[in-house]
Design a protein around this ligand. Structure first.
Ligand SMILES: Cc1ncc(C[n+]2csc(CCOP(=O)(O)OP(=O)(O)O)c2C)c(N)n1
Length: 267
């Protein structure tokens, strides 16, 4: 068979797909095309198929409350932090070739962290404070933010990944630096520890040992984490209310149902 553009009936097939979606909806069309795809696959056909996963926004746009901060200002600060993180890693590598530093992790997650810092995470020493399990490879961004806050010096940043000369450790670990509270760079054990922390908070509150009822545990799990069986085991332990990320306060007029915001039915 010739190249794709030489197949005259291709446009008819494409048109059929459009009509099928229009007539049966996305789910109905998928129910027809799925077996077609399977038949083609079992006949030995191979294609360059895009990897597509469902995007499920659990809060519908019309239920989104207005942003409670200054978006432009927060974006500007975020850009500084992201830039400083990249420059810190690049500078460290220029001095010591091959140090590495996972540039992309923080670059892609900066907004999540900044929104968390500005609007959600509650620090302090009281038992009701939050506990944040930062994704370990994002450490350059957390160092860069601390630098802007005046908590870390330029020398410390220049010593990134060189603890023997007083520099900053590659990854979070409380025994390597008092900057960090939890060790998280194992993409399996970090999320599992976060789930157990949330569970332990419940235990402390239920036994009357510490009032952790307002304490939220935050865990950042990307595709690397979700490849690890420990993370999935951790998820099996959790339930709504253990981790705030699973169930933030529902917008007015909406309620949570199995992880999805739904509009309340009028009585
Ligand atoms: C349990 C465990 N296994 C392996 C690694 C090594 N490791 C470091 S980064 C990485 C891949 C990360 O990929 P992704 O989650 O897509 O994050 P990205 O760096 O692309 O932002 C792996 C497997 C690890 N940190 N922990």
């Amino acid at each position: 068979m010739g190249a794709l553009e030489d197949v005259p009936e291709r446009d008819e097939w494409l048109e059929s797909v459009d009509e099928l979606i229009a007539a049966r909806g996305r789910a109905g069309a998928a129910a027809v095309l799925g077996p077609v795809w399977e038949r083609a696959r079992s006949a030995g056909l191979t294609f360059d198929a895009p990897l597509v996963t469902d995007y499920v926004n659990t809060i519908p746009p019309e239920a989104e409350p207005p942003f409670p901060g200054d978006e432009a200002l927060e974006a500007r600060i975020r850009h500084y932090v992201r830039w400083n993180a990249a420059v810190m890693v690049a500078r460290a590598n220029r001095r010591f070739d091959g140090l590495g530093g996972h540039l992309a992790t923080y670059a892609s997650a900066a907004t999540l962290y900044e929104v968390g810092f500005n609007h959600f995470f509650r620090g302090g020493a009281a038992p009701g404070r939050d506990q944040v399990f930062f994704q370990g490879h994002a450490s350059p961004g957390l160092y860069a933010r601390a630098f802007l806050e005046g908590r870390l010096s330029e020398e410390a940043l220049d010593g990134f990944r060189r603890e023997t000369v007083g520099g900053l450790p590659s990854y979070p670990h409380p025994r390597r630096s008092d900057f960090w509270e939890f060790p998280t760079v194992s993409m399996g054990l970090g999320p599992l520890a976060a789930a157990y922390q949330a569970r332990f908070n419940r235990y402390l509150a239920d036994r009357g040992i510490a009032d952790t009822t307002s304490s939220n545990v935050w865990c950042f799990a990307g595709d690397g984490e979700m490849d690890e069986p420990e993370s999935l085991a951790g998820l099996a332990l959790t339930r709504p209310g253990w981790c705030a990320a699973f169930e933030p306060p529902a917008p007015s007029g909406w309620s949570w149902s199995r992880g999805t915001a739904r509009r309340r039915q009028p009585p």
